[in-house]
Design a protein around this ligand. Structure first.
Ligand SMILES: NC(=O)c1ccc[n+]([C@@H]2O[C@H](COP(=O)([O-])OP(=O)(O)OC[C@H]3O[C@@H](n4cnc5c(N)ncnc54)[C@H](OP(=O)(O)O)[C@@H]3O)[C@@H](O)[C@H]2O)c1
Length: 385
């Protein structure tokens, strides 16, 4: 990960003030934590939390109490008796999934600080956020469906958070562990003004564009990316541009722009003839991508340019996702194979934009983005009991 020019680092701080000894020991803070979705990201997070616990207790006086884990059909609560949680052939017996019961258990009735971490990709789970926040439960998620879902629900999430003081954080929804949402927040909270955000928000598309020089058909590269596990199970999810559009909507809303998914001008790279096909049939006909992609590449190469998959949002709320022909000297032409790159142009960073760059997918880095959100909430609780 590489952050070029952080706004915090560039700010002029007053000379350091000596801290009173008592201020050196952070106030003890205990957080009751419930994890929803122990899949790739959720499992990596559980492992990171377990490994970090002794260090967090030592350095931050922070204790994380894992109170439950819930998957799509079943859940484990720490209150369950050993008999229910007995191991059968190395598998635990869990109770059936019940999100209401799960949230109530993590929240408790003793005024504790409670936090739910949604590592699912479920809209059903996202629909609970307003109620959980209203009940004073903090919510963190890498799930894009709340931040880019119905605007009404987004407003309900914000309103519940403001009313109850519970925090909602979603750093990992945009470029996984890269600090993109927080960088935008820091810029705006310190009084900067957004001009635009432009970036390569899809690692899969970045990899494909980087490798596509015309020496091999686009479909052959796409099959290679599939074999390497870089694409979604259905590669049309990457080629359609919708996932990037969701990230733009999340950033727009963070910037106070009431954008919805329908407002984003998305250039899908899926030919209409492939759009409605069952996955198997589509996979057999991937070669139909080759002619249109070859024409786009030829057009870019006329001016010695390169193709890059670019998402753009400006301060008026105009947002687009497209395959752009960029000059070979453009910063996006030199990113590493599957890197995400996000470029912020603001009043302060007008001529030389602030850039965040690095791997924008993968369970470990995504879980680390979620973990960083958790630490931000814990820090705020340590000063506000
Ligand atoms: N993987 C990445 O690199 C990456 C990067 C950025 C963001 N994200 C986001 O992170 C989230 C998790 O991704 P992932 O790759 O870890 O997905 P995953 O491996 O498919 O795991 C999803 C988990 O969610 C659980 N789940 C589904 N519906 C649920 C429900 N109604 N209630 C409770 N749990 C439910 C699933 O339970 P079962 O095990 O029972 O099916 C599974 O444990 C997604 O929103 C994804 O978009 C992922």
């Amino acid at each position: 990960m590489n952050i070029v020019a952080s706004p915090i680092a560039q700010s002029r701080l007053p000379p350091p003030v000596a801290l009173a000894p008592s201020a050196r020991t952070p106030r003890r803070c205990a957080l009751a934590v419930g994890v929803i979705g122990p899949g790739r990201v959720g499992s990596a997070l559980l492992e990171q939390l377990r490994a970090a616990q002794p260090r967090l207790e030592r350095s931050m006086n922070l204790v994380l109490n894992l109170c439950g884990v819930v998957a799509s059909r079943q859940m484990w609560l720490d209150c369950d008796d050993p008999e229910l949680n007995a191991r059968h052939h190395r598998a635990q017996t869990w109770r059936p999934n019940d999100l209401g019961e799960f949230a109530a258990h993590v929240r408790g009735d003793d005024g504790r600080h409670a936090l739910l971490i949604d590592c699912s990709a479920s809209d059903e789970v996202a629909a609970h956020y307003p109620d959980w926040l209203a009940a004073g439960i903090h919510v963190i998620t890498p799930n894009k469906l709340a931040g880019s879902g119905p605007l009404e629900r987004w407003h309900a999430i914000r309103a519940a958070s403001v009313d109850s003081g519970a925090r909602f954080r979603c750093e990992a929804t945009v470029c996984a562990g890269l600090p993109v949402v927080q960088t935008l927040r820091d810029l705006l909270d310190t009084g900067d003004e957004l001009i635009d955000i432009e970036g390569m928000f899809s690692g899969t598309m970045a990899w494909l564009c980087n490798r596509y020089d015309g020496s091999r058909p686009f479909s052959a590269l796409l099959r290679e990316a599939q074999a390497l596990g870089y694409t979604e199970p259905d590669p049309r999810a990457d080629l359609s541009g919708i996932d990037v559009a969701r990230k733009l909507v999340i950033l727009a809303r963070e910037a106070g722009l009431p954008l919805s998914l329908e407002d984003v001008d998305v250039e899908s790279l899926v030919p209409p003839a492939l759009a409605g096909l069952p996955l198997g049939e589509c996979t057999r006909r991937l070669h139909e991508l080759d002619a249109p992609m070859s024409a786009k590449l030829a057009k870019a190469q006329v001016h010695s340019g390169v193709l890059r998959h670019v998402g753009r949002l400006d301060r008026e709320g105009r947002a687009s996702v497209r395959l752009a022909a960029l000059p070979a000297a453009h910063a996006f032409a030199h990113a590493r194979l599957a890197d995400n790159v996000v470029q912020f142009r603001t009043r302060r960073y007008r001529d030389n934009p602030l850039m965040v760059q690095g791997p924008g997918a993968g369970p470990e880095v995504t879980a680390a983005g979620v973990f960083a959100d958790l630490l931000r909430i814990a820090e705020s609780l340590a000063v506000r009991p």
